[in-house]
Design a binder for this molecule. Sequence first.
Ligand code: ATP
Ligand code: PRP
Ligand code: NIO
Length: 480
Amino acid sequence: MKAKTNLTMLCDFYELTMANGYFQTGLKDRICYFDVFYRSVPDKGGFSIAAGLAQVVEYIQGLSFDEEDVAYLRGKGCFSEEFLQYLLHFEFTGDIWAVPEGTPVFPGEPILTVRAPAIQAQFVETFILLTLNHQSLIATKSNRIVRAAEGRPVSEFGSRRAQGADGAVLGARASYIAGCASTACTLADQRYGSPASGTMAHSWVQMFPDEYTAFKTYCQLYPNNATLLVDTYNVLKSGVPNAIRAFKEILLPQGITRCGIRLDSGDLTYLSQKARKMLDDAGLTDCKIFVSNALDEYIIRDLVRQGARIDAFGVGERLITSRSEPVFGGVYKLAAIEDDQGNIIPKIKISENPAKITTPHFKKVYRIFSKDTGKAEADLVCLHDEQFDFSQPLELFDPDATWKKKTFTGIYATELLVPVFQGGKLVYQVPDIQTSRAYCQRQVDALWDEVKRFENPHNYYVDLSQKLWDIKQQLLSSNG
Ligand SMILES: Nc1ncnc2c1ncn2[C@@H]1O[C@H](COP(=O)(O)OP(=O)(O)OP(=O)(O)O)[C@@H](O)[C@H]1O
Ligand SMILES: O=P(O)(O)OC[C@H]1O[C@H](OP(=O)(O)OP(=O)(O)O)[C@H](O)[C@@H]1O
Ligand SMILES: O=C(O)c1cccnc1
């Protein structure tokens, strides 16, 4: 089998059986609207960070079945020959809107909308979801970890424990967008520009006859980038003293004062405080203390509260696998179809479980900011063509407890979903990840601290316009 990078065949098999069914029943060109949204924030947080759009764009642009794919599908014995021939010329001709990567997003609101002929719109479900679910999960976790570090740089160290190659590389990419300062993943740097950097492993220290020789050699090779791992034998009795000796003998004579040590075991508060004192007493006040060892946002928050003297964190397995909650439950739901005249017919999914009822129709989302504080106050989900005068007081209501109303004044609003594809053509300039990272930081800064709490965050308002709410109620009372 030839090596393939085209991921067109990465789809759930039912996308293909449904596509064949749409083809055979005349529904293939029926225009459909599908929304991607998610239902609950991982780790009971107050918001998530959207990521992965750049890979969705690449996927959509690369969609194509080749002869080998079609031969394989023919062998399954369940697809019509006309459909298989059609697949050979398959391409995406529809429209996509999405929130830019790095946008804080809330449960229930569309973060990507596809408008396309039924076969196409249905077919892209699997890949769009897996991509947005994975990178949004890692971006959300990384942003929590970065916020716990309160300004100290966090380096992503997780490749070795990631779930596969994409888990490592795209996870590193998402973690950078969400605020990590660097990654240990070289390919993520080469491919996406998230800066790669690193320290050293215990094996380096073990390889030399003694710890001092290991440190000295490293300082000679990398005088401008020497972060020495000091816990291979005994942190306070040998590691830190040997590091101090190597820095003094190799770096200081060259006028280099910037250097570092890394602690990777033991009580990180106690050891960092003791190490700081030893480094300062030796005049190495510019030496940074880096720590790692199964860290996450909770341990980092504890270390900061305990007064640990830590300058930077390396975080691997709990970040790259989002270990505390490893699923981002983004879903892809039909919201509307068009009739032969192009009229939009809203569609709803009514579930036994009220939390699983969808919001119908072709929609847009406004984020409403206070002019005074610059903070985000609420999101308004409305019909795609609704207009509002945001210079006037805006009354919103809780879509579940409709008697709860709030009037906003002194506000401005921005639309969250931006056009990405129109008529199959890419109309969006995918930003480089430095731009997405800076955007993410600005958008997270615009959230109230109450929404950013790790536990029991304030419930951010995601409200429906009156028109949209009315349509939803009509569909609910007429059973769809
Ligand atoms: N002061 C601290 N407060 C809270 N958690 C800490 C503190 N110091 C270290 N930790 C965390 O406690 C855990 C210690 O785990 P563990 O006992 O496996 O580490 P260790 O003793 O360093 O051994 P190992 O060599 O296996 O890593 C790690 O997740 C570490 O980050
Ligand atoms: O703990 P994480 O957050 O995943 O951070 C990455 C870990 O990877 C390295 O350890 P290594 O794989 O060499 O094994 P170790 O656990 O014995 O240190 C490094 O020394 C960190 O401890
Ligand atoms: O550069 C490092 O220190 C590093 C990289 C990967 C995993 N652990 C540590």
